[in-house]
Structure formats: structure tokens, C-alpha cells
Write a protein that binds this ligand. Structure first.
Ligand code: GUN
Length: 292
């Protein structure tokens, strides 16, 4: 069993980013990323902080906006418009999910597609579907694809089951894997909460992408001997007696699934670090395309 080390592979991506940033700096350009958080969800706050920290570490221009939970739709739209018009900002990310009174789809549509480093804007969703490489692909599925490539997992012709149909992971993951080329050319099945006989469908998979957002949902019965499993889940579950009072578990019951796998990602240290690395990479791409 091969443990796919996301921390190590993310470090390689970050090293590539550093080279790209140095080349841009030589041309007098500094990529800028704005991360907007509305409200005070602790997990979201932690993600936003780590994105900001990674930007600073790389020498990117980073703007972190932490807005109160009472921020109105109009106020948030204005923040997005201001960032659209700010030439020092090449990437804009509004942390999901926002508070319930915010219409998230309308906010996403307000982001300039050329600055939409999350790849959530309809223009970028369409570009992924038509395989136009000038678009932005959501960071988490992009990171999963990169993990498969770096771990030497052949996707061409492989049966891949994506468990989860979210706009952030499941749907773009399926499109990436079925696209032509490296890390693609797969035969993709998308399963979700309404899927009948999920275990039987997963049993046919050479590769399982677990992105259903339920702690330890994928168990040994879902996985055939020799499969590759990518665990996208980051679930906080109570852990009394620990310092934080919680621990992080994936969507996969690691202890019983790992022994059956050819390769598997751990949680933490699998997909998580890749997401931030791909965000940095998308921000550099946005900067490059802005000045092309
Ligand atoms: N919430 C969880 N993952 C993401 C992500 O990739 N982007 C944004 N904006 N919000 C998220």
C-alpha cells in the first residue's frame, strides 16, 4: 500500500510557484489574491488564515477581508466590485459557505471571471466543460488530479467513481477526469446521496474519489482490492480529552480501507495541502493572463 503524501507533492507545486513568482517579479509583476470571509465559522476562518499565510510566505500580495456575519448582499457585492476594479488583485475568493442570507450564486456571478481563481463562475465552469485551458478549475479537484499524476496513477481508461456531486468538488472532478489528456481520459461515474447500491458501484472502481462530506462514509465494503482512493473529506468530529476537543477525519474509514488499497491519501496530509497549493498556482495564472 502506497500512502500518497499530499504535503510533499504540495511542496513541489509550491516550489514551481516560487519559480513562476520570481520570473514575474523580474518583469515587475506581483500576483495579488484577495480572500473574503463573511461571518465567523471556525473552520472557514482557519482556511482563510492558512491561505493568507501561504501567500505571505510566497511573497504574493495578499488581502484578507474578514466581514461580519451581518454583512448584506449589497455590501458584499460592492466589496467584490471594488476587488474587480483593483489592478493589484488578480484573484478573488469568497469563502464558501457564506451566511444563509447571502445569495452565493449571485456573488459568484459578480466576480470577474478573469479573477475567479476558485473556478466557480459560469464562464469558468463552461470553459472546463469545453476544455478551454484559459479557464480556472476549482482548486480541490485540480489538486486531486495532480496527486494522481504525481503518484503515478494511470487515469486513461480507468473506471473512476466520484462520490459526491458538489459544485466545488464532485462535478468539476468528473469533468477533469473525463477530459482528454494527462490525468484525464477516464471512464467516470458520479455517485451521490441518492445513488442505489453505492457499494456495488464503488466495487467496480479502479479509482474512488470520496467527496461526499460525511465522516468515514466509505468503508471496506465499497473498495475492491488494489483500488486507489483519494479522500477529499475534512470533517471535524468530537474528540473528548484532546487539546482542541475535535479531530479531523476524512470521508473514508482509513483503518479498514487502507489495507485493501494500492494507494490512498491520508487525512490530514492528503488533499488538504494540495488545495492551497493549487490556489497559489491559479493566482499566478490569473496574474500572467492579466498582463499577457
Ligand atoms: N470552501 C471549501 N472549499 C472551498 C474552496 O475551494 N473555495 C471557496 N471559496 N470556498 C471553499
Amino acid at each position: 500500500m502506497q500512502l500518497i503524501n499530499g504535503t510533499e507533492i504540495a511542496t513541489q507545486v509550491i516550489e514551481e510557484c516560487k519559480r513562476d513568482i520570481a520570473a514575474l517579479a523580474a518583469a515587475g509583476k506581483v500576483p495579488g489574491l484577495a480572500v473574503v470571509l463573511v461571518g465567523d465559522d471556525p473552520a472557514s476562518r482557519a482556511y482563510v488564515r492558512s491561505k493568507d499565510r501561504k501567500c505571505k510566505e510566497l511573497g504574493l500580495h495578499s488581502v484578507k477581508l474578514e466581514l461580519p456575519a451581518t454583512t448584506t448582499q449589497d455590501e458584499l457585492l460592492q466589496v467584490v466590485r471594488d476587488l474587480n476594479n483593483d489592478p493589484a488583485i488578480h484573484g478573488i475568493l469568497v469563502q464558501s459557505p457564506p451566511p444563509k442570507h447571502i445569495d452565493e450564486a449571485a456573488i459568484v456571478r459578480a466576480i470577474d471571471p478573469a479573477k475567479d481563481v476558485d473556478g466557480f463562475h459560469p464562464i469558468n465552469v463552461a470553459k472546463l466543460a469545453i476544455e478551454d485551458s484559459s479557464g480556472f478549475v476549482p482548486c480541490t479537484p485540480l489538486g486531486c488530479q495532480r496527486l494522481l499524476i504525481a503518484a503515478g496513477v494511470e487515469t486513461s481508461g480507468a473506471n473512476v467513481v466520484v462520490v459526491g456531486r458538489s459544485m466545488i468538488v464532485g462535478k468539476p472532478m468528473a469533468m477533469l477526469l473525463m477530459a482528454k489528456g494527462k490525468g484525464g481520459d477516464a471512464t467516470v461515474t458520479v455517485a451521490h446521496s441518492r445513488t442505489k447500491d453505492l457499494a456495488a458501484i464503488c466495487q467496480r472502481a479502479d479509482i474512488i474519489i470520496a467527496a461526499i462530506g460525511r465522516p468515514e462514509f466509505i468503508t471496506a465494503e465499497h473498495v475492491r482490492e488494489g483500488a486507489v482512493v483519494i479522500d477529499v473529506g475534512i470533517n471535524r468530529v468530537e474528540a473528548p480529552g484532546t487539546e482542541k476537543g475535535y479531530k479531523l477525519v476524512g470521508d473514508v474509514k482509513f483503518d479498514e480501507v487502507a489495507p485493501k488499497c494500492r494507494a490512498i491519501t491520508p487525512v490530514p496530509g492528503g488533499v488538504g495541502p494540495m488545495t492551497i497549493a493549487m490556489l497559489m498556482s491559479n493566482t499566478i495564472k490569473a496574474c500572467r493572463q492579466a498582463s499577457a
